[in-house]
Design a protein around this ligand. Structure first.
Ligand SMILES: NC(=O)c1ccc[n+]([C@@H]2O[C@H](COP(=O)([O-])OP(=O)(O)OC[C@H]3O[C@@H](n4cnc5c(N)ncnc54)[C@H](O)[C@@H]3O)[C@@H](O)[C@H]2O)c1
Length: 413
């Protein structure tokens, strides 16, 4: 089988997990990728990842600290998997596309809507593929939820709720995730939820939102659960507290093109917690949008509540994509400890199929931009003190909040 010659750019926490994704893919008959190189500005990160790659894939890839040097050394390189922090996604991705490489970029697609547009334009002018690694929608629970909606199992949806609030003032994975011009928790986590909402219920048309910074100082946790060498090493080196400039809590009412209204709430700060997902239809209800390793729950019109296994027993018209079916033969990822890696593998495989076989990309630049726009619509609405339309945000007509980010990073395209 032809293989996509791919390099990983950004060898931090998620970059390491992308290597595990490649390992999962390599174990399947679907493998269509050859890892050729690793690149990170920080040589130590790249070297650590190269040792990890050797363990996982059986060969140690060469390491680079600049994309130019990497492309010069590997002239037949075809694509890059960009897993840097989001404040540089647009720089790295545009440079890669302009060098003729195809790109898979981690979510959030970029730090601002303007930066997303620059990436879409770079893909178009170079005739190269651009795919956004949005993993939650690829989970079997999200696929099944979407299938139940598409096949009318809950009739016509009219209202929905996605609430994901957890309190506390701990550092959320990395210090950069608390800085407005580096990412911010609303963007970092919020795009996952925006993408799930859009995947299940279609495009957003209007948003009224509020966004707050509840915890201006974040404290180092006592310990972290992630056992990857990279996460543990970084955790040991982390300051005991870091300043936060990005909002950590948001609430919004979203009006969807379909007419569904969505109550959205997310928070990583303050006190109190709640997690709730609900899609109400005139013939039933779904108690999930799907999520990595989660379960679809369906309440039918007769009141019966079925978990994912019971749903799969009750219906016979649901099929996963063959690679997802290979990864999750029970069509349920709950409890699968490799779910994170398998969903990444699916994203990597999809880019390779698109390049090698011309297959479509599910979350392309426009989709990734819409997810970013949906989250910034909340911050822009809060700043403007009014309801904003998705079109205003996607076209940059309401822009005061993001202007500060673009100015700070010199994004002017
Ligand atoms: N889909 C998911 O579930 C998920 C989970 C975690 C992270 N992510 C995403 O992955 C991305 C990376 O997050 P992370 O937690 O791994 O961050 P990180 O800080 O751990 O790693 C980022 C790496 O990129 C490197 N880097 C920065 N600028 C670079 C450049 N110009 N060229 C080359 N390397 C550069 C850094 O040195 C670092 O090693 C983010 O977009 C984040 O949102 C996604």
């Amino acid at each position: 089988m032809d293989k996509l010659k791919l390099a990983l750019i950004g060898c931090g926490g998620m970059g390491t997990r992308h290597l595990y994704g490649l390992r999962e893919l390599a174990r399947t008959p679907f493998n269509n990728i050859a890892l050729c190189a690793l690149c990170d500005l920080n040589r130590d990160h790249a070297e650590l990842a190269a040792r990890e790659a050797e363990q996982l894939l059986g060969a140690k890839p060469p390491v680079f600290t600049s994309m130019e040097a990497m492309v010069q050394a590997i002239p037949d390189l075809m694509a890059v998997d960009v897993v840097t922090d989001p404040s540089v996604h647009h720089t790295v991705v545009c440079q890669a596309l302009d060098m003729g490489l195809h790109v898979l970029v981690e979510k959030p697609m970029a730090i601002s809507v303007k930066a997303c547009h620059a990436m879409i334009a770079a893909g178009e002018r170079n005739g190269r593929k651009l795919s956004v690694a949005e993993n939650y929608r690829r989970d079997p629970s999200a696929r099944l939820t979407r299938h139940l909606l598409d096949t009318g199992r809950i009739g016509t949806p009219y209202m929905a709720m996605l609430h994901a609030v957890r309190g506390g003032n701990e550092i959320f994975i990395t210090p950069w995730r608390h800085l407005k011009d580096r990412g911010g928790p609303l963007l970092d986590m919020g795009v996952h939820y925006a993408d799930l909402i859009r995947y299940q219920l279609g495009d957003v048309v209007e948003v009224y939102g509020d966004a707050r910074l509840v915890e201006p100082v974040r404290k180092k946790q006592r310990a972290i659960r992630d056992q990857y060498a990279f996460y543990q090493r970084r955790f040991r080196a982390m300051s005991s507290e870091v300043p936060a400039t990005a909002e950590d809590t948001a609430m919004a009412m979203m009006k969807m093109e379909s007419g569904v209204t969505v109550s959205f709430m997310m928070g990583i700060g303050g006190h109190g917690a709640c997690r709730n997902q609900l899609i109400l239809g005139d013939k039933g209800c779904l108690q999930s949008f799907g999520n990595r390793g989660s379960q679809a729950i369906w309440q039918s019109a007769d009141g019966a509540v079925r978990d994912q296994d019971a749903i799969l027993d009750a219906i016979d018209d649901f099929e996963l994509h063959p690679l997802l079916d290979h990864f999750f033969p029970t069509e349920n990822s709950a409890g699968d400890r490799a779910v994170d890696w398998k969903l990444i593998a699916y994203e990597q495989w999809e880019l390779a199929r698109a390049v090698l076989n011309g297959d479509p990309i599910e979350v392309n630049g426009t989709e990734g931009m819409k997810d970013v726009a949906a989250i910034y619509a909340i911050c822009e609405s809060a700043r403007a003190g009014r309801t904003v339309t998705a079109t205003e945000i996607e076209r940059g007509e309401v822009y005061a909040y993001q202007a500060e980010i673009d100015d700070a990073l010199g994004i002017d395209t």
